[in-house]
Design a protein around this ligand. Structure first.
Ligand SMILES: Cc1ncc(COP(=O)(O)O)c(C=O)c1O
Length: 481
């Protein structure tokens, strides 16, 4: 009996099989209708919702309510008031995915609710997660001693990477440690550094070249300057695809520099590393397999729903040195070299089962399909870049290294401020049409760029056509304001 119904036992939280089925079928029907209509939903929902949010505040319910009354407003009023991140026309920021088998996996893991924080509590389930991490390792051409960790996202992967580097290179003497990243690095890296005890005054933003890639000469100058000042350079973070313009840093040259200077090299591959699955794209990411640690974000490049990031650490012992623990009340993992134990390689003890959503998607689709999808996204981005670059008044500032490019609008005699306004107007006008959502970024101390990022598994040729069409049609009007 559903809680709240007449005759209900107030202390009973267990549902009958019939009630569970009814709840499940109700939710499934709504989810299927929703997912089937994603392509037709406005790509940016009505997000002016301050009044609505204020009106939504309520006291905790004392008594239960029928599921219909609870789910109706969720699907009708609240979900639509958001960016439609899984939409095929969502080419803003870094697009979201949401492969359906992952939702099924989450349902299974929550309903079966097994404890995957310890190998001994669910050895076969933990093995599935170990398999996933090993598949990632092989795709990234990392060595067998690599160990990894599934995280909630790229930010937490980076945090764990800084912890490894800090522990390995600085030990307890953290304060002199200096970390280097480019001016284009994602802000989560600076946050990760701070969480790991490396504060702003010990983070250096290295200059980039005309393609927004870290300049290795500037990196080495900064390292030498800090050494001369008595500080302790310990870590370089490079990007396998920046969020602003999609730039891939010279990973090989940075790996050389780190080897020469004795520094930990972390590659932030949150956006771009999964393109390494495609053999033909590996030259773009040359040097990635030499990293000491690597952020992967399956909720970006593997099209999973939000909540799945990953970290690979080349010398798995470094990750274990950060997280390894024992407690008198817990069983010890019998053979840690043979069996992966999440509690020894990550910060969580009790945790969900993030491995199942990745594992199920990879088993259901197979790696070949992911490779084909990633290769297609890159081809679509290259094609969109060529077509948009050919439009009058477009300056293609950053053609795609992978599947993201950036541009701005110009006309004779326009100042940079006017160009910035016109570029922002173009993105807004395109987005208002409802089919394609675009956002921009500011670089070079004040230049605003429009961006197109093709990474949703739903984005196909027709949606790129729509993007080019909408940009072309709005372009004549962007100077009006
Ligand atoms: C290049 C890059 N690094 C790191 C992150 C942070 O990852 P997450 O949002 O999964 O924490 C992002 C997020 O967009 C990103 O684009």
């Amino acid at each position: 009996m559903i809680p709240g119904a007449a005759g209900d036992d107030p202390a009973n939280l267990e549902l009958s099989v019939d009630d569970m089925r009814r709840l499940g079928e109700d939710a499934l029907a709504r989810v299927l209708a929703h997912v089937a209509s994603i392509g037709a939903q406005p790509v940016r929902g009505e997000i002016a919702a301050a009044e609505l949010c204020a009106a939504m505040r309520e006291a905790a319910p004392e008594h239960g309510a029928p599921i219909e009354t609870v789910l109706d407003p969720l699907f009708r009023d609240w979900i639509p008031r958001s960016f439609t991140t899984p939409a095929p026309g969502y080419m803003a920021y870094i697009p979201g995915g949401g492969l359906y088998p992952a939702a099924v996996a989450d349902f299974i893991s929550a309903a079966t609710n097994r404890f995957t924080g310890l190998w001994q509590a669910a050895p076969a389930l933990v093995q599935l997660e170990a398999n996933v991490l090993d598949w990632f390792r092989q795709w990234m051409s990392f060595p067998p001693e690599t160990r990894g960790l599934l995280t909630t996202g790229g930010s937490m992967a980076a945090f764990n990477a800084v912890l490894c580097a800090r522990e390995r290179h600085l030990g307890r003497d953290v304060r002199p440690g200096v970390l280097y990243l480019s001016t284009q690095a994602h802000h989560s890296l600076e946050k990760a550094a701070k969480l790991a005890g490396v504060f702003r005054d010990r983070v250096r933003h290295v200059a980039v070249d005309a393609q927004y890639r870290m300049r290795v000469d500037a990196l080495l100058d900064a390292v030498r300057e800090d050494r001369a000042a008595g500080l302790a350079p310990f870590m370089v973070v490079s990007s396998a695809g920046t969020t602003n313009t999609g730039a891939v840093d010279p990973l090989d040259a940075i790996a050389d520099a780190c080897a020469a200077e004795g520094l930990w090299h972390h590659v932030d591959g949150a956006y771009g590393a999964f393109f390494h699955l495609c053999p033909e794209l590996r030259p773009i990411l040359a040097g990635l397999p030499r990293a000491d640690s690597l952020t992967l974000d399956p909720h970006k490049g593997l099209f999973l729903p939000y909540g799945t990031g990953a970290l690979l650490v080349r010398d798995g012992a470094a990750l274990r040195a950060v997280h390894g623990m024992s407690a008198g009340y817990l069983p010890a993992t019998p053979d840690l070299d043979e069996f992966y134990d999440p509690g020894q390689y990550g910060p969580d003890l009790s945790r969900g089962f993030p491995g199942l959503r990745v594992w199920l998607c990879l088993k259901v689709f197979g790696a070949a399909r992911f490779r084909a999808a990633l290769a297609e996204k890159r081809n679509l981005a290259e094609q969109a870049c060529r077509r948009i670059a050919a439009l009058p008044g477009i300056v293609m500032t950053a053609p795609p290294h992978l599947s993201l490019f950036a541009f701005h609008v110009t006309r004779p005699g326009a100042t940079r401020a006017e160009e910035n306004l016109a570029t922002a107007a173009l993105l807004e006008r395109v987005t208002r049409r409802g089919r394609v959502m675009l956002t921009g970024c500011t670089v070079d101390g004040g230049r605003f760029l429009g961006r197109v990022c093709v990474l949703s598994f739903r984005t196909r040729q027709a949606h790129v056509d729509a993007c080019v069409e909408d940009v072309a049609q709005e372009l004549p009007f962007v100077w009006e304001a």
